[in-house]
Write a protein that binds this ligand. Structure first.
Ligand code: NAD
Ligand code: UDX
Length: 464
């Protein structure tokens, strides 16, 4: 079966870049990305590519090449479903904020809505691809809705989780470590799997396209994120031990990372992991384990989150302690608000929690991030609901110039590892600060030697 028209429901951080790359690599396939959010779709269609709703290095070039040729962004969900043979579901699946499973389970209401929209709009058999990260066995529910509310049509459900990391999405999509496709072991299931394999095989080597049953594919995605997050929490746990023993966490990471069984990647100690995936997916896995009464397994993975919360709080407490146990009325500058470099995404960013902690101690915070705007910073703080919106706006200022942001501050905290921070004139920044001037490097990107030579009091994660 040759697919000629694809639709993707959800034009977010995954749907947008993923479909842009598919469209770029397959000029003969019409790819339509739909979303209920008109503002987002307008931004995807903006002639000025610097206004795309997702910032990813290289994304603008891909969109410029494919948009209007075979890549389209629209809010007409029904029409796009109707005309496509293959439909990707790439909507958000955040942690539930209400009812049963609140704070733990994935909220699947948007996925269910997609299934219902597909059932309503379809006039022919369709292949439905789960691109969103979903709890294991979700495909069963999607199928149930499609079969029972559809028009007697046949639907094949595939699981094709996305492994891209933000900030390197285009690189990851163009050259993935693997593509995972789960489907039914029936003749129809195999045809559907092959149809999707044929799309990826245009640019991904065949040995990197793995096919499995649906449940293995769904669970592999949660497992991958749990393992990755666990590595960060493990090195962060060790960073605290390093600080009290005089070991250096970077040296320890290098020493253990050269062991090929451990590997060198994902061993950077930090102020704590953020992003829309790690915490949500582990909480979801913990919830699933508890629902099967696997309490020891659940406790084991939950510890990864607890360690991460501890790391964020520890960083905030370190700032307070170093500033004579009070930050009340003191200006503290945050360099970075995004959850990692090269993205404008701030979901679950450590910066939000560190700021919240310091604001509760009456600090005045000034934020500079090269890709995050003022309204996003306020929205992130408001979402926590710790204090009124008015208070957040009074005590937090967002600046467009890093030097202005650092001026007259008691301390600077680096929350995101943006490359440009390394190139600043730190001597000049130091001159314009109140003394003693303290620098808290939450990402270990600056040299302690150089910074202390300038005159800074310097604290880095996991360093003696
Ligand atoms: P996102 O919030 O950026 O985008 C989701 C989009 O779906 C939103 O624009 C929303 O308006 C739209 N939407 C929701 N319901 C809809 C409906 N019924 N019809 C049309 N549009 C609808 O989310 P994201 O970061 O792209 O994540 C999507 C999924 O991919 C999640 O399950 C996530 O866990 C998974 N994932 C994310 C990443 C990542 O790095 N962000 C990586 C891998 C997997
Ligand atoms: C993650 C997974 O890597 C990706 O495969 C999945 O598809 C989505 O979730 P993402 O959250 O975009 O991707 O970024 P990632 O590079 O994994 O970083 C997550 C967080 O961990 C960031 O806050 C990052 O700064 C932090 N991190 C990562 C560390 O603190 N140390 C490290 O060594 C690596």
């Amino acid at each position: 079966m040759k697919v000629t028209k694809i639709c993707c429901i959800g034009a977010g951080y995954v749907g947008g870049p993923t479909m842009s790359v598919i469209a770029q690599k397959c000029p003969d396939i019409k790819v339509t990305v739909v979303d209920i959010n008109q503002t987002r779709i307008d931004a995807w269609n903006d002639p000025d590519l610097s206004n795309l709703p997702v910032y990813e290095p290289g994304l603008d070039k891909v969109v410029a090449e494919a948009r209007g040729r075979n890549l389209f962004f629209s809010t007409d969900v029904i029409k796009a479903i109707e005309e496509s043979e293959m439909i990707f579901i790439s909507v958000n699946t955040p942690t539930k904020t209400y009812g049963e499973g609140k704070g733990m389970a994935a909220d699947l209401k948007w996925v269910e809505l997609c299934a219902r929209q597909i059932a309503t709009a379809s006039k022919e058999d369709k292949i439905v691809v789960e691109k969103s990260t979903l709890p294991v066995r979700t495909a069963q529910a999607v199928k149930d809705i499609l079969v029972n509310t559809g028009n007697g049509l046949k639907f094949q459900i595939l699981s094709n989780p996305e492994f891209l990391a933000e900030g390197t999405a285009i690189e990851d999509l163009e050259s993935p470590d693997r593509v995972l496709i789960g489907g039914d072991d029936t003749p129809e299931g195999k045809i559907a799997i092959q149809a999707l394999v044929d799309i990826y095989a245009r640019w991904v080597p065949k040995d990197r396209i793995l096919t499995t049953n649906v449940w293995s594919s769904e669970l592999s995605k949660l497992t991958a994120n749990a393992f990755l997050a666990q590595r960060v929490s493990s090195i962060n746990a060790l960073s605290e031990l390093c600080e009290v023993t005089g070991a250096d966490v970077s040296e320890v990471a290098k020493a253990i990372g050269t062991d090929s069984r451990i590997g060198s990647k994902f061993l950077k100690a930090s102020v704590g992991f953020g992003g829309s995936c790690f915490q949500k997916d582990i909480l979801n896995m913990v919830y699933i384990c508890r629902s099967y009464q696997l309490n020891e397994v659940a406790d084991y993975w939950e510890q990864v989150i607890k360690m991460n919360d501890h790391q964020k709080a520890r960083f905030a407490k370190k700032i307070i302690k170093s500033l004579y146990n009070t930050v009340s009325g003191k200006k503290i500058t945050f360099l970075g608000w995004a959850f990692k470099k090269d993205t404008n995404d701030t979901r679950e960013s450590a910066a939000i929690y560190v700021a919240d902690h310091l604001l509760s101690e009456q600090a005045k915070i000034c934020v500079y991030d090269p890709k995050v705007n003022q309204e996003k910073v306020y929205a992130d703080l408001e979402y926590l609901n710790t204090r009124s919106s008015d208070e957040n706006r009074r005590h937090v200022k967002v600046m467009n110039d890093p030097y202005e942001a650092c001026k007259d501050s008691h301390a600077i905290a680096i929350l995101t590892e943006w490359d440009e921070f390394k190139t600043y004139d730190w001597e000049k920044i130091y001159q314009n600060m109140l003394k003693p001037a303290t620098l808290f490097d939450g990402r270990n990107i600056l040299s302690k030697e150089e910074m202390t030579k300038i005159g800074f009091r310097f604290y880095a994660i996991g360093k003696p």
